[in-house]
Design a binder for this molecule. Structure first.
Ligand SMILES: [Zn+2]
Length: 244
């Protein structure tokens, strides 16, 4: 569906953009990143009108194309007739700050929340964690909802140029050049956090790799192609589960 980032020569139609958001949510759900009806994935509108994201009150697996809204930077709903999530500024402000990104994921994954609560750093000692060789920073100033531009801007400042950020007491955000990359990054971050919890059960990580060691060992995980091959698999799984 979307192997490449950014704007293509032919503009995506509204329905194609909505389909990307629906699929991103299905993959997040199938990967265990749902928190009932909370969490969202967005797609930048290529015409600069705002962001495409699902309506509030629905689980990722319930969303269909008509439930995906076009939300302007000021929160107005430009397309769609359902209520929007109050946390839309996460998407509008992160995408405003990150012109390299076209998609933002904000979810409340169980293991990532638990790791952030522990105050321990994410350590790269597996291939899946190799995507984050220097770990993932933790932001302390958004345990509650991020509901205005000021809070969104502060969050964007904390994310800076990174691909992921833990929000202590809340969840995670990830960004990517496409829905595929932002979603797969979120999936891998949660798997890395779960893996670390297992290591804790064995007594903890005896010796963490330095960022340099992790980059040397896991450098192959840092390409878009690596993430997109995982994404393609996740999409096939969703389609198989849907009987498609
Ligand atoms: Zn949230």
């Amino acid at each position: 569906l979307e192997g490449h980032a950014g704007r293509s020569e032919h503009a995506s139609s509204d329905e194609e953009l909505r389909a990307e958001v629906v699929l991103g949510g299905r993959v997040l759900h199938a990967s265990g990143l749902s928190d009932l009806v909370w969490g969202h994935v967005s797609r930048r509108d290529p015409e600069g009108r705002g962001v495409w994201m699902k309506a509030s009150g629905l689980g990722f697996e319930e969303v269909t194309a008509s439930d995906v809204l076009l939300v302007a930077d000021d929160g107005r709903i430009l397309v769609g007739d359902r209520p929007r999530h109050s946390e839309y500024p996460i998407h509008t402000e992160l995408l405003r700050a990150r012109q390299d990104a076209n998609s933002v994921v904000h979810v409340h994954p169980r293991h990532a929340i638990a790791l952030a609560a522990s105050g321990r750093p994410l350590e790269a000692f597996s291939h899946v964690a190799g995507l984050f060789p220097a770990g993932v920073r933790c932001y302390d100033d958004a345990p509650g909802l991020v509901v205005n531009a000021e809070e969104g801007v502060a969050l964007a400042g904390a994310l800076a140029g990174d691909r992921a950020l833990l929000l202590r007491g809340h969840g995670v955000v990830t960004v990517g050049a496409s829905v595929a990359l932002a979603v797969t990054t979120a999936v891998m971050l949660e798997r890395a956090c779960e893996q670390q919890l297992l290591a804790e059960g064995f007594g903890g990580v005896e010796r963490a790799f330095t960022a340099e060691e992790a980059t040397r060992a896991y450098g192959h995980t840092l390409t878009d192609a690596h993430l997109l091959s995982a994404w393609a698999y996740l999409v096939r799984r969703v389609e198989a589960a849907a009987g498609g």
